[in-house]
Design a protein around this ligand. Sequence first.
Ligand SMILES: C[S@@+](CC[C@H](N)C(=O)[O-])C[C@H]1O[C@@H](n2cnc3c(N)ncnc32)[C@H](O)[C@@H]1O
Length: 257
Amino acid sequence: MAWDPRQYDLFQAARARPGHDLMAALPPVRPARIVDLGCGSGRLTVELAARHPGASVVGLDNSPEMLADAPQADGRIAWQPGDIAAWNPADPVDLIFSNAALHWLDDHATLFPRLVARLAPGGVLAVQMPVTDPEAPFRALLHRLAGQPPWAARLAGRLRPDAVRPPAAYHRWLAPLAARMDIWTTEYLHVLDGPDPVLEWTRATALLPVTGTLEGAEREAFLAAYAEGLRALYPPDADGRTLFPFRRLFIVATARG
Ligand SMILES: C[S@@+](CC[C@H](N)C(=O)[O-])C[C@H]1O[C@@H](n2cnc3c(N)ncnc32)[C@H](O)[C@@H]1O
């Protein structure tokens, strides 16, 4: 499954907005060590480094394509290839930031407490993830098509499961470790330009397991069927733009001092 930074950047402003909202919700800490987990091509990592000029910053990601697109100019940022699931820093971290990445990992009941345990006393875990609601129309359609012939056999078990749990679950898992927590959801109304914009949006993310599995005519037929269904679910407004509601979960937890 290969990430494509150019496809991901097609809707750069809409995708960055939740990351900026997460940054704005950070408590007034002065972290010495920052890690951006699933940093992608590092747009937000660079902003984090600019916000905290004294900090050393690591951007960790397991996509060579995304990391290859990260800017090399800032010597303070170390771009590190690696799997978040195996991440185990030598020293405690003051700020773990992760925007739109942790929903790609399973078993949040284990993952989230493990991340908070990597924080220094008073350190902060700040996470934003899409709420991977299987009933969101674009997801429901994706799962319905993937479960139908002729694609079902090739796509069985390929789509990401619904990894993100209800907000209260994160509160319960982190309560023994956190001095403070702020957990909320926001539904953005993304306003997208261009033809088939929800298809183009998902091609960079939720569709990757499909496009990474199917090939040739089979893949094109799937994309055509998905595009047609999306047009009916998200018809363009009178001004030609498409409204795409998208719910996201935010978690900001401060480790006990
Ligand atoms: C939707 S992109 C978000 C990139 C960046 N955080 C941003 O907001 O622009 C998700 C990123 O998570 C990375 N990712 C997904 N699973 C990962 C894992 N297990 N370990 C490391 N990176 C992962 C992907 O490679 C991808 O770059």
